[in-house]
Write a protein that binds this ligand. Sequence first.
Ligand code: GLN
Length: 266
Amino acid sequence: MVVDDVFKLFGRVDGEIILEYFFNLDKISIYLNRNRVLEQNEEKKILEIYEKYQDNYPLQYILGEWNFYGRNFYVEEGVLIPRFETEILVEKILKLNSNIKDILEIGVGTGIVSLTLALENINLNIVGVDISKKAIELANKNKKRYNIRNCSFVESDLYSNLDRELKYDLIVSNPPYIDNKDMKKLDRKLDYEPQNALYGGEDGLYFYKKIIEGSINFLKENSYIAFEIGYNQAEDISKELKKYKFTDIKIYKDYNNFDRCIIARR
Ligand code: GLN
């Protein structure tokens, strides 16, 4: 097997990532050595990866890490894989006004949102919660990887374990938001991801409603709420936000022109 055969197995994009990651090759040397015959142990590794890959097992879990906002974070089975589109949510929050200091994230998963905010703005103070113990462990592992001090993680079902005395300038969440109908049509690749990080109840809105309702007790005056949302949810979530007196509701699209984020003030 030669280097070029790796592309035949995995396609160009994933092939490149695998070669870079496992064999520590940079892009230029990959393309300069397309006809190099792989060492026996290299070929063995490639075939091992291919066996899982063929079965739709996500490359992110095979690699054990994935890039988000320019940094690599650990990923493990049992916790949602970071999505490129979630960078939009982070980017929009970082552009909000500079009076924001205390942030609460609900549903941290790998921790990418909280940790990226903490790294990008050292003045922020972030608390992140997740119902999954596994997620909290992984988020802490990622926190350690980057030596982050302005962020802490707590195991909690939504607001249940939070100190009611503490209030925040912004609550952010990328909650599970896939509805019943879309759960049935999911790509097989998603079979390996935790269903409780994807499924948002019958109408996909369960967590938005819970988070908005509870936010009233945890937001300071003049604060924000920011969500990643599903492609067809902007209207319903706006309605819910208005019900709780949020204003200045802004919806942002992703690179495929689907609604992807919503941010509102209170
Ligand atoms: N906040 C994490 C992420 O955006 C986890 C989200 C989730 O598990 N639904 O990847």
